[in-house]
Design a protein around this ligand. Structure first.
Ligand code: ATP
Ligand code: MG
Ligand code: MG
Length: 368
């Protein structure tokens, strides 16, 4: 990792930063990219930038990825300017290279890109206050709203079939059939649980294919720490971490936030009695998301929000189980059966959502 960042100074020279270079240091808690804070001095002012070595192993085509990011950030800038918002704080701003490219490939093949630093704001790693979770909902909703008239089909699918749940199901079935680690016998109930819900898995994608749900610009990593929260006002001001922006379903962005943020336990909790859907947090997020969307979701999308949440939990549980069956090659494990534990929390969450199904739907009706 350090080796791949060896040419950082070359990258700093290539990018079009203003002023005199002061220093750089590693920054933040991101898991995907190598993130650095870069400081410059311009007219006796300290100017900060975020510089990232992009994760080329996961994102194979940096050119397409940056085209996606530049496309939507330019679009957002125009809208924010029109509505007299603060372009420097309410959207990411890509810093080009001195040659006018949106990223730089260094002499050892690492890819670098930079953004203006968003001042006086923080991204929180955990949901400590329900208010922050609500603020993230408003911000992700506003992101959806502002991009609702962006041509989603013009975006590159940087990770093909990312939330194509039926395709994920096929991959799962093959893993069960091949059973290369001989682990299938340990997880008969979990396999059965998933197979019993084969039809559920198709519902959202079928609606997309029948054009009953629109193709949207989606973020695909709608965690709390991908929102900058203003230090003074406590409001969610900007959606960051745009690597996975792709065409997709709004209800999956919503659903992934719920799966991650409205679970009463940790993602790898082994005491399943602690795992459940927190209906208060579900309601808070739904309220914030719909406020942020400000009428840009269709009636069908709004109605399908609970199904988006259930599908994301099911898909995620299925992916953990697939990885367990394949020998833990995708998700990094920190203990034996870690992926199985993770799978079980997601399936428990699905079960609890099914139990609370009527209540989830009533919550959504309240805000329609
Ligand atoms: P993840 O594990 O969420 O995928 P990542 O490796 O893709 O993370 P980012 O989320 O892009 O990395 O950035 C890591 C952290 O750096 C963020 O959580 C945030 O604290 C900070 N950060 C990123 N961009 C900016 C910015 N423009 N201004 C200020 N801070 C930023
Ligand atoms: Mg992030
Ligand atoms: Mg990321």
């Amino acid at each position: 990792r350090e080796e791949r960042c060896a040419k950082i100074e070359e990258a700093i020279k290539a990018l079009d930063f203003k002023g005199n270079y002061i220093k750089h240091e590693r920054y933040g808690n991101g898991h995907i990219n190598d993130t650095f804070l870069i400081q410059f001095n311009q007219d006796d002012r300290n100017v900060k930038y975020i510089l990232q070595r992009m994760n080329h192993e996961i994102f194979k085509d940096p050119d397409q990825l940056m085209k996606n990011i530049c496309g939507i950030t330019e679009f957002l800038k125009k809208k924010i300017t029109k509505s007299h918002g603060d372009v420097n704080r309410e959207t990411m701003n890509v810093i080009d290279t001195k040659k006018g490219e949106p990223f730089y490939k260094d002499s050892i093949g690492s890819y670098w890109r930079a953004y203006q630093f968003i001042e006086d704001a923080i991204s929180y790693d955990q949901v400590d206050k329900p208010e922050d979770f609500y603020q993230s909902a408003v911000a992700f909703g506003r992101f959806q709203h502002l991009l609702s008239d962006y041509k989603a089909e013009s975006l590159y699918e940087t990770i093909p079939n990312f939330h194509n749940t039926p395709t994920r199901y096929q991959t799962f079935k093959e893993a069960v059939k091949k059973d290369i680690c001989g682990r299938a016998k340990n997880v008969t109930p979990e396999i059965e649980f998933i197979c019993n819900r084969e039809d559920d898995m198709k519902i959202c994608m079928d609606l997309l294919n029948k054009e009953q749900l629109p193709l949207r610009v989606t973020h695909n990593d709608t965690k709390l720490n991908n929102i900058m929260i203003d230090n003074k006002t406590g409001k969610g001001i900007c959606v960051i971490d745009l690597d996975t922006v792709m065409p997709g379903l709004s209800i999956f962005d919503f659903g992934d936030s719920i799966r991650f943020g409205a679970n009463t336990a940790a993602e790898d909790e082994t005491d399943l009695s602690k795992v459940s859907l927190n209906l208060q947090l579900f309601e808070l997020y739904a309220k914030g998301y719909l406020e942020g969307c400000n009428g840009s979701l269709t009636k069908k999308e709004t109605e399908m929000l609970p199904m988006g949440a259930k599908t994301m939990a099911l898909e995620c549980g299925m992916r953990f189980l697939t990885d367990y069956l394949l020998g833990d090659t995708y998700f990094r494990i920190h203990r034996e059966n870690h992926n199985l534990d993770r799978c079980r929390t997601q399936l428990k969450l699905v079960e609890d959502m099914e139990y609370k199904w009527d209540e989830m739907n009533s919550v959504i009706k309240k805000y329609m």
